[in-house]
Design a protein around this ligand. Structure first.
Ligand code: C2E
Ligand code: MG
Ligand code: MG
Ligand code: MG
Length: 281
């Protein structure tokens, strides 16, 4: 409660102008209603194995199609939801929708895993794990097909409480990926104790590995370290063939980015999968 109240203070005083503030309040009341409307949807972005080219999973990314403002990107409303204690209904909507999708795919013989993003606030909320467990049971979906992405900074922010919560999720059979890795401040000692299967190297590291030798060395060392710790490494934000090749050469395991596919509605993801996701003959 205190943490939420503190955030609310920030939320109230942060906006630079009253216009801005009014806008955010209006948005907030719409956001409160959004999970009960048809305005929310998930877009899916594939991840491919850099060795085989095969699709190894997909990240579900939240989209809000506002009736008057059009498509609002998550960067604009997730932080608002977090600051006002409204993130957990959104996370639950995402979890339910993704797990329902997994069930549908399971019945259609599509074995892809889905990654969803948890917010730092969800990691303060022990009920979230129960809810996810219940949803997996209700939809009879194998927990190993659900991957929870948590940002490096969210984990490190409250390391001691987050670890047991992540361990409950892995205990159920879900997998954990550390998102935006390299932008937080993990000590290497902490990393050793994380029950994660995957590190997602932040997009900022991909941008200039082809031209910047130092950046390349940092990426190479990070990949090496991940492998020593038996973690898979995903490169986020691959925008061109050159970076894809570089990442492959550096031994990176998995790639995600516009060059492979943008995040797209489910029907388009299935079409992409038909055309690109088949195992090589
Ligand atoms: P993220 O989890 O790191 O997701 C990756 C973001 O990078 C997505 O932005 C994706 O569209 C974008 N991206 C992927 N490939 C490329 C590329 O090649 N180039 C560029 N420039 N961008 C690329 P998006 O969908 O706008 O989401 C932004 C962030 O919002 C996400 O970052 C995540 O932190 C948050 N988010 C999205 N959906 C959810 C959700 O359901 N729950 C929570 N808590 N956060 C979410
Ligand atoms: Mg993510
Ligand atoms: Mg990410
Ligand atoms: Mg990111």
């Amino acid at each position: 409660e205190i943490a939420v109240a503190r955030d609310l203070d920030n939320f109230v005083f942060e906006p630079a102008t009253s216009e801005n503030f009014r806008n955010r309040l209006l948005l907030l009341s719409d956001l409160r209603a959004a999970p009960r409307t048809a305005q929310l949807m998930l877009h899916y972005q594939p991840m491919i194995d850099l060795g085989s080219g095969q699709c190894v999973g997909t990240e579900a990314l939240l989209r809000w199609s506002h009736p008057t403002r059009g498509m609002i990107p998550p960067g604009e409303f997730i932080s608002l939801a977090e600051a006002t204690g409204m993130i957990s209904p959104l996370t639950l909507w995402v979890a339910r929708t993704a797990i329902r999708q997994l069930k549908i795919w399971q019945e259609a013989g599509i074995g892809q895993a889905i990654s969803i993003n948890l917010s730092a606030r969800d990691l303060d909320n022990p009920r979230m794990v129960n809810e996810i467990e219940q949803l997996l049971r209700d939809f009879q979906v194998a927990p190993s097909r659900l991957i929870l992405e948590v940002t490096e900074s969210a984990v490190m922010h409250s390391y001691m409480t987050v670890i047991p919560l992540l361990e409950r999720l892995t205990g159920m059979g879900c997998k954990i990926a550390i998102d935006d890795f390299g932008t937080g401040y993990s000590s290497l000692a902490c990393l050793r104790h994380l029950p994660a299967a995957t590190l997602k190297l932040d997009r900022s590291f991909c941008v200039d590995i082809a031209t910047d030798t130092k950046q390349r060395h940092i990426v190479q060392a990070t990949i090496g370290m991940a492998h020593e710790l038996e973690l898979k490494i995903v490169a986020e934000g691959i925008e061109n063939e050159q970076v894809l090749k570089e990442m492959r050469q550096l031994g990176c395991d998995i790639a995600q980015g516009y060059h492979i596919s943008r995040p797209v509605p489910e029907a388009d993801f299935r079409k992409w999968l038909e055309a690109n996701g088949k195992p090589p003959a």
